[in-house]
Design a protein around this ligand. Structure first.
Ligand SMILES: [Zn+2]
Length: 227
């Protein structure tokens, strides 16, 4: 697990070079945003321990397997007093309450959310921002203390900052799982309008100077598709 300090409150944790989770520091311990995947939650728990606090709650950006993959294992290791927060629509999909198929991997997750998140809800210092598109319920988290934004998979930054509306090199993985490209682009504008001081994403390095890079990504998204 690679650990990258982002702000005074935010640390990026990276597994297998390209899957990120985040520790957000609060007065009572950490909020873990996303869980990566694999079998063992030890790396995440150790990262929190070496940063000096316990994981108090787990908030998800969306329900895809590389984000919720270690949720059950974390719940088992950390116990029931760790609160689990999932965006409403993605929780409905994971709980089998919806009809039809959605793109990407939706693993069987036995942990049910303690709280289903709505836009505008707070998770400690984080504000829940609706950014549907990559999945129906996808959300971003705005740290109200310093305007750091955890943008999930609306953008990727592996190689360059891109929107996940359609397949593009060098990192088509996220876009291959996108539900609505059109809504991804609208949500990319929503993230820009938050005026993020720094942006982190599900896949790729920390994005410093995010407005400039978001504008480049939006320009790229408008450019005609070349074969
Ligand atoms: Zn995803």
């Amino acid at each position: 697990m690679k650990t990258t300090p982002v702000t005074d409150h935010l640390t990026q944790l990276t597994k297998l070079h390209f899957v990120n989770a985040f520790l957000v520091r609060e007065d009572d311990g950490f909020t873990l945003v996303d869980t990566t995947m694999g079998r063992s939650p030890k790396g995440l728990i150790e990262a929190a321990r070496s940063a000096g606090a316990r994981i108090r709650r787990i908030a998800l950006t969306h329900g895809h397997g590389d984000h919720v993959g270690l949720l059950d294992a974390l719940r088992d290791s950390l116990g029931k007093d760790v609160e689990v927060l999932m965006p409403e629509l993605d929780e409905q999909i994971l709980a089998g309450e919806t009809e039809g198929k959605f793109p990407g991997s939706w693993p069987k997750v036995r942990t049910r959310a303690d709280r289903r998140l709505q836009p505008g809800d707070r998770v400690g210092s984080l504000e829940v921002v609706a950014t549907p598109g990559h999945t129906p319920g996808h959300v971003a988290y705005l740290d109200t203390r310093d305007r750091a934004v955890i943008a999930g998979d609306t953008f990727t930054s592996y190689g360059r900052v891109m929107t996940s509306d359609r397949l593009r090199l060098p990192f088509p993985l996220a876009a291959s799982a996108t539900w609505s490209g059109e809504q991804v682009l609208a949500s990319a504008q929503t993230v820009r309008a938050l005026a993020p001081s720094v942006m982190v994403v599900g896949h790729g390095p920390v994005v410093r100077d995010p407005i400039v890079k978001i504008d480049k990504a939006l320009a790229l998204a408008k450019a005609p598709v070349t074969a």
